[in-house]
Design a protein around this ligand. Sequence first.
Ligand SMILES: NC(=O)c1ccc[n+]([C@@H]2O[C@H](COP(=O)([O-])OP(=O)(O)OC[C@H]3O[C@@H](n4cnc5c(N)ncnc54)[C@H](O)[C@@H]3O)[C@@H](O)[C@H]2O)c1
Ligand SMILES: N[C@H](C(=O)O)[C@H](O)COP(=O)(O)O
Length: 323
Amino acid sequence: MPTTTPMPRIAYTVGEPAGIGPDIILQLAQESELLDIAVITDRRVLIARAERLGIALPSSLRVIDVPVADPSVCGAPSVVNVPGVINMLNVAIDGCLQGDFSAMVTGPLHKGIINDAGMAFSGHTEYLAERTGAPLPVMLLATSRLRVALITTHLPLKDVSAAITEQRIMQVCRIIDHDLRSKFGIAAPRQLICGLNPHAGEGGHLGMEEIEIIEPALARLRAEGLDVVGPLPADTLFTAKYLAKADIAVAMYHDQGLPVLKSQGFGEAANITLGLPIIRTSVDHGTAFDLAGSGQADTGSLMTAIAEARRMQHSRKLTENIQ
Ligand SMILES: NC(=O)c1ccc[n+]([C@@H]2O[C@H](COP(=O)([O-])OP(=O)(O)OC[C@H]3O[C@@H](n4cnc5c(N)ncnc54)[C@H](O)[C@@H]3O)[C@@H](O)[C@H]2O)c1
Ligand SMILES: N[C@H](C(=O)O)[C@H](O)COP(=O)(O)O
């Protein structure tokens, strides 16, 4: 019987070509056939990295060639490659929107290099929302033991307080509630919400955002039927006693939530963007220029990101079949 090769349904963008995005997909392809993955990269980058790693480029690996200006970079990023890197993202996003792909998994980008090239860019999350017309993306990082979502994403700390509005909290919590039900099969999601200030403001003595903004937002969400608990002091929320009774922890800002998750599960977590019309997952790590081409990059997070994309694609198919 002749076998047919299924069309790849998941796009993997290698991200910054000087980083470990090319390495981890090549290393993973040595361990398992990635028949449902199309790798979006400059083909020359992939060939050069395979040579450097001393591995053969698997003939079954599907590559969509999107050129960059200087494919020789490894460990040394260059602004000349930024247009190509952004093109890779656009090919994946447009392919998802047009139904050519059912999900995209992203390798790590270097936000600094993209900005150095003259493009205002704060992260995949924000760029994907802009390009897909999503009003508000929600960043979720997840391991098998802990999920952490963020009210604000890539913002300087000095701008966080002003960005935390009743409307934003309500929108983010509604997206989380909706997506935990539809994409994760959780029938009645319980969200634990962090305060912003130490000890959730200590009754107003250490900040007023809890009393003036977060509590009213949560009261309105409870009136809509959402199970939201808080605002809780972040240092106690992230203890086993509280987490055991919840489906997700919601932090007010990036470094309130992500260090907790990464200290427990760096290298095995996936970054998942909620609130988009497409499925997007990502690795939990950055470009790791120190490891590019060394063979030392761990593939655990990429495996989780691909597994999550496959799982979400499957549950979306089931939902579509039911409707
Ligand atoms: N998904 C993404 O696109 C993403 C995620 C996080 C950070 N970043 C970006 O990456 C750039 C560099 O960030 P950084 O230096 O803070 O973080 P990093 O994750 O690149 O590196 C932090 C440390 O973790 C190690 N490390 C990272 N990935 C690893 C892997 N797969 N296996 C083994 N060790 C690994 C590195 O060697 C380094 O010691 C920044 O521009 C940041 O914004 C991108
Ligand atoms: N905040 C993410 C993390 O710490 O892992 C990372 O910067 C990537 O974010 P985007 O997926 O928005 O690029």
